[in-house]
Design a protein around this ligand. Structure first.
Ligand code: ADE
Length: 267
């Protein structure tokens, strides 16, 4: 996977990406990263790339031509026209599915905006994908681009070691991941759940699956509606409902969670 980033802050991208697992993957040749400083394509030659918005209003707008020149120079150099992702809160919301899809590409260009926005005409001319990383507004596209590149890279062969690729499985099967524990067995009075010390793999697997179901119910119930639930999953969820109202209720479902679950299991 070859990443190209058009940005006013190349050092931010370089320092963020040349670190940890992604840095190792770049050093190992599994990924490549090239940043292009849009400022180098300033019309005036003095580094200025923004101007006042037509129609008035606060802030500045990044001009079309410097971005277009930066893009054209890049595509001429690499000899192809990869997909161009523009990071914007107005885009389609990024998720694991989109990460998997983009990981199939050989090259990706990310365009990071700043200030109040970017002249619409250059977006119409070069952008293939408008993407948001969530419903909040950031000061620029650099952090969203890094978020996307990180999660896409995880799916590129060779980037994760075998051990690492087994981790962070959340969303892989539509459920959130179960809790993890390591030594010591007791920490500040808190015990590791006994089943994990039992050595009984079947029971450990079942417990983990149940914990995934419980977490998903509590934190992201809408994911449960789309997850594939088998008989044992449904039996566990039913047991949560049956516990409700009794004193041994360890899972403490709220009335709202109980209502959601009852409806889900009725289907
Ligand atoms: N630029 C500013 N905020 C953003 C967001 N939430 N997602 C993508 N790009 C952005």
């Amino acid at each position: 996977m070859n990443y190209y980033v058009l940005t006013l802050f190349p050092e931010m991208i370089e320092s963020g990406m040349n670190t940890s697992i992604i840095g190792r993957a770049i050093a190992g040749g599994y990924l490549s990263l090239e940043t292009v400083n849009i400022r180098d394509y300033s019309l005036t030659g003095n580094g200025r790339i923004d101007d006042y918005p037509y129609g008035g209003g606060a802030g500045m707008v990044m001009q079309a031509e410097p971005i277009y020149r930066a893009y054209e120079d890049l595509v001429q150099r690499i000899g192809k026209r990869p997909r161009v992702v523009y990071l914007t809160p107005q885009g389609r919301v990024f998720d694991q599915h989109m990460a998997e899809e983009l990981a199939q590409e050989e090259d990706l260009i990310f365009l990071c905006g700043h200030y109040e926005g970017v002249d619409e005409r250059v977006l119409e001319e070069i952008v293939t994908d408008h993407v948001s990383i969530g419903d909040y507004v950031l000061t620029g596209g650099e952090l969203p681009a890094m978020v996307m590149m990180d999660s896409i890279a995880r799916m590129v062969p060779g980037v994760l070691s075998n051990q690492e690729s087994g981790q962070y499985e959340s969303f892989q099967d539509g459920l959130l991941e179960y809790p993890q524990y390591s030594r010591p067995e007791e920490w500040r009075g808190k015990q590791v759940p006994p089943v994990l010390l039992s050595g009984h793999h079947g029971n450990v697997d079942r417990w983990r699956r149940d914990q995934s179901l419980l977490r998903t119910l509590k934190n992201r119930p809408e994911l449960l509606e789309r997850a594939e639930l088998d008989k044992k999953d449904r039996r566990y969820l039913q047991s949560l409902l049956d516990e409700e109202g009794t004193q041994q209720d360890a899972n403490g479902l709220t009335a709202e969670e109980e209502k959601f679950l009852a409806k889900l299991l009725a289907i």
